[in-house]
Design a protein. Structure first.
Length: 547
């Protein structure tokens, strides 16, 4: 009997007790305990197993739990570190639900911290405290337990106070395990109250991590390192593990062998179609598959896009609207070629440092791009990792062009229905709406813009650009995935000459499609379109071949 797949479950105890399919990542515990690093921050995209791994680590170490049965068949129990099982005080927090409005974010943060206070209520007996501790206790508890009050004053002392009390009673220093530590920073930035909460949140982490004699070790996960809020400044024993590093590379996401084994268990194979859809990530030197997508594919048996980002998607969409001409040119190159060579900062947050290199770093850290290779210094070749992410780029392209997704879909539907006058009208309207930062000084500008919009057609069409066809390279080919479906060839022309007749230029583009036999390998029907541009002016010529 096949084990049930754990879709949406990220609690390690629940996974093991209910006998879900689990990929053993327990040697992460050995790697964490065996190094001399005080604070480890691992940056990875969402949906790559961060919460499950930290839940596993907390379950293993926590002296208040009985976890032997949960680990009896795992790799960690074959090592000398098996003796560390349930031997240490642990504070485990996940800020993944700290989202939305200020009231909702603060409420969920207080609830998360208060749950740990409840777990350790035996060390929080007021009569056992000295006068200073009693004073702090009396100050903190009403504020922490008033979850509906969005006031964050005093919240910064809660964790360090709890760690002190745990040590005073148990005589043991504390392991602090913090999942999605940066979600409150990202969400407060998106929703406009970052300046109201950042000092308190930063101070809470700083007091817990820096110079805290009650801290044994800490592991944190997030999307990016938050640099400027001084959380990590002065930490001499800090390791920030990015997607470039070998350390912990195999523990977040599925390796090729893990993916093959999982799919085989559910009567599936790791074929070229699955690889194209979900492969493409590389952490350190290890090829990694998106675990969320693989598990969903194994469950549904449907090759679809399952990975959808939220917070980072919103931040990227809002941010690219603010970038200048320089970023626009690089982004157009990315859409056209599937890769871009750009200076990239992985260890800074875009909302702290609104520079192009920080935005490219956010693309990488959020999982939208992968580092194919380092060119020199901080200059890297960045690539769209797979077809699933390419499909998610639709919303990003829409934001980049400042055109609504529905407008793009309406225009493309008119094209595929052969309603060329409507297509021309919608396309002309889009050109007029384009932001001034969009480069319309060359033929490739229009080519890349249309290429980006054609990403919306992925489910029905293979979108090909500058591929060899006939006796040359066609600009854009929409190759139908189903028989008897309309296929489309587009050729672009551009002129600065105000005396050039655009209609004649469009006819020249259309003639080029025939002269170079671009349609040679396409089955009928084929719609051939020549598009001529001058700034935001447009003419087209078209021919439908049905027999």
């Amino acid at each position: 009997m096949k084990r049930e797949l754990p879709i949406g479950i990220d609690n390690y105890r629940e996974l093991k007790e209910k006998n879900y399919y689990v990929v053993d990542k327990s040697n992460l515990i050995k790697d964490f305990l065996s190094n001399g690093i005080k604070v480890t921050l691992i940056t990875r995209p969402r949906r790559f197993g961060k919460t499950i791994n930290l839940s596993m680590l907390a379950e293993f170490l926590d002296m208040r739990k009985e976890s032997k049965k949960l680990f009896e068949d795992t790799d960690i129990m074959k090592t000398t570190y098996m003796t560390e099982l349930n031997q240490h005080p642990v504070i485990f927090l996940s800020f993944k639900e700290c989202k939305g409005s200020k009231q909702n974010l603060v409420k969920n943060m207080k609830l998360e911290i208060a749950r740990e206070f409840e777990r350790y209520k035996d060390v929080l007996k007021r009569e056992d405290m000295n006068r200073l501790e009693q004073s702090l206790y009396d100050f903190l508890m009403p504020r922490l337990y008033n979850c509906m009050d969005e006031d964050v004053f005093g919240l910064d002392d809660t964790l360090s106070f709890l760690m002190q009390r745990i040590y005073n009673v148990s005589g043991k220093t504390v392991y602090l395990i913090l999942d999605e530590y940066d979600t409150p920073f990202i969400e407060s930035h998106i929703h406009g109250y970052y300046s109201e909460v950042k000092d308190t949140f930063s101070s809470m982490l700083s007091k817990s991590l820096k110079g805290n004699p009650y801290l044994n070790k800490a592991m944190m996960t997030g999307i990016q390192r938050i640099a400027k809020e001084n959380i990590f400044s002065g930490l001499n024993n800090l390791f920030v593990c990015t997607v470039k590093d070998e350390e912990y590379a195999k523990y977040f996401g599925f390796t090729t062998e893990e993916t093959k084994h999982l799919l085989k268990n559910y009567d599936l194979t790791l074929n070229e179609h699955v690889k194209a859809m979900y492969d493409g990530y590389q952490f350190g030197s290890i090829e990694i598959y998106n675990p969320w997508s693989i598990i969903n594919y194994a469950s549904t048996k449907r090759l679809e896009a399952y990975w959808v980002n939220t917070s980072e998607n919103k931040m990227i969409r809002s941010s690219i609207r603010k970038r200048g001409l320089g970023f626009s040119i690089y982004f157009q190159n990315l859409i056209e070629n599937g890769y871009v060579d750009a200076f990239t900062k992985l260890q800074s947050s875009f909302y702290e440092e609104e520079a192009d290199e920080s935005l490219w770093g956010l693309f990488v850290n959020a999982g939208y791009l992968k580092i194919e290779r380092v060119l020199r210094g901080d200059e890297m070749r960045l690539k769209i990792p797979n077809e699933e992410v390419r499909m998610e780029f639709k919303s990003i392209v829409s934001a980049f062009l400042e055109v609504g997704e529905n407008d793009i879909i309406t225009m493309l539907n008119a094209l595929l229905q052969g309603k060329l006058s409507e297509f021309e009208m919608f396309y002309r309207q889009m050109l007029l709406k384009l932001p001034s930062s969009f480069d319309l000084q060359r033929e490739n500008s229009y080519h890349m813009m249309m290429l980006g919009m054609c990403a919306f057609l992925y489910e029905d069409y293979e979108v090909l650009s500058n591929r060899e066809a006939g006796n040359g390279r066609s600009d854009i080919c929409l190759k139908a995935r189903r028989a008897n479906q309309l296929q489309v060839l587009m050729e672009f022309k551009y002129t600065k000459d105000k005396n050039q007749n655009l209609k004649e230029l469009a006819e020249i583009a259309l003639k080029q499609i025939d002269d170079k036999n671009y349609a040679a390998e396409l089955s009928l029907p084929v719609l051939k379109i020549g598009l001529a541009h001058r700034g935001k002016d447009l003419e087209l010529a078209a021919c439908l071949c049905e027999s």
